[in-house]
Design a protein around this ligand. Structure first.
Ligand SMILES: Nc1ncnc2c1ncn2[C@@H]1O[C@H](COP(=O)(O)OP(=O)(O)OP(=O)(O)O)[C@@H](O)[C@H]1O
Ligand SMILES: O=C(O)C1=C[C@@H](O)[C@@H](O)[C@H](O)C1
Ligand SMILES: [Mg+2]
Length: 172
């Protein structure tokens, strides 16, 4: 069954855009972070705190594979780090998958994340200067994996509707 996968750095809009795309296409939306939280019965923060990041990455991989194998059509919003671990980037080109990298600049990500970091354990305890530096380096490291997506949509200075429209054109 067909899967539309949205990927990209924390705050690029995967969950927001996927929800809106789901309303327009009537294809159900699954947020990988939410699926992990439901399965573990813990928040992402709690999983990181109680079991560490490596355990989180194992769960993330297992549940990503389960979602891909399910027989439903779906829009899947990945976690920000999903493509960068456990060879998950190789799954972005699987049969019946359309993968889209939502590409955001450091400035866009910083603006969106600076007031909204508490539920994101990797940046939750950073001050503003540390956060900008972290995003810049981290995005540089991760871009290699994000660029394995089949399609790329730049999201800077676009409304939610404009980004959704760009994705609809890819799907047409
Ligand atoms: N044009 C836009 N497109 C998408 N999101 C936007 C836009 N403008 C502002 N936002 C805001 O930016 C934030 C994007 O966060 P969202 O949770 O969708 O990102 P994410 O990629 O799913 O992050 P994470 O990897 O941490 O789950 C939301 O608070 C959203 O309301
Ligand atoms: O960028 C990341 O590595 C993460 C992003 C979030 O979506 C969560 O999956 C978690 O906070 C880790
Ligand atoms: Mg999200």
């Amino acid at each position: 069954m067909k899967k539309i996968i949205l990927l990209g750095y924390m705050g690029c809009g995967k969950s927001t855009i996927a929800q809106n795309l789901s309303k327009i296409t009537n294809i159900p939306f699954l947020d990988l972070d939410k699926c992990i939280e439901n399965k573990a019965n813990l928040s992402i923060n709690e999983i990181f705190e109680q079991f560490g990041e490596i355990h989180f990455r194992k769960l993330e991989h297992e549940i990503f594979v389960e979602l891909l194998q399910s027989s439903e059509n779906s829009i899947i919003g990945l976690g920000g780090g999903t493509p960068c671990y456990a060879n998950n980037h190789e799954l972005l080109k699987s049969d019946d998958v359309t993968s889209v990298y939502l590409k955001a600049s450091i400035d866009t990500l910083y603006e969106r994340l600076v007031h909204n970091k508490s539920k994101r354990p990797l940046i939750a305890n950073m001050n503003e200067e540390e956060m900008r530096e972290f995003i810049a380096k981290h995005l540089f490291d991760r871009s290699y994996y994000y660029n394995h997506a089949q399609h790329k949509v730049t999201v800077d200075n676009k409304t939610i509707e404009e980004t959704v429209q760009d994705i609809l054109e890819i799907l047409a």
